[in-house]
Design a protein. Sequence first.
Length: 181
Amino acid sequence: MKKLTLIFLTILFSANTFAQSTIKAPRGYSNDIGQMIAMLDNLKSRVERHVVNLDQNGTDFLLDDNANSPGAIIYHLAATEAYYQVYTFEGRAFNKEERKKWDTALNLGDKARQEFKGKPISYYMAIYDEVRAKTKILLKAKDDAWFEKMNGNMSNHWAWFHVMEHQANHMGQLALITKRM
């Protein structure tokens, strides 16, 4: 009976937390890139579940004087993904115009705490959605051979793995923040 209860709780936890139990490449992508897209999208949906119902106070909430708000963290995730788009697809860093758009979100800190407030969580999620849609279009045009090519000191695959692990780390941060509100 104890083993059956443990199995039931594992299934229940998995279904409610992860909403899937396999990684499968979406149609139209090469295998490895498609698996990365599946994992990135899974993480994004889990990040969204932590914040989707936040009111304005929750969106702007600061755990302490050095913390970042949930809205700022979502913007940061979008900025980081946008950076890796130009890095992996164009082999460069942000240009002057892109730095103006993304630098505060990329670096966070005091400036972000002042600038990123007063907007609903949907504002930040729309930015994240737009960046992800572009990522999926750009990656769909590539194949697994491109994914394994070196780009500076890392492969394109490793760069996108880093985007994924970065989002997972901030998902944990968002979970902590939303539980402390």
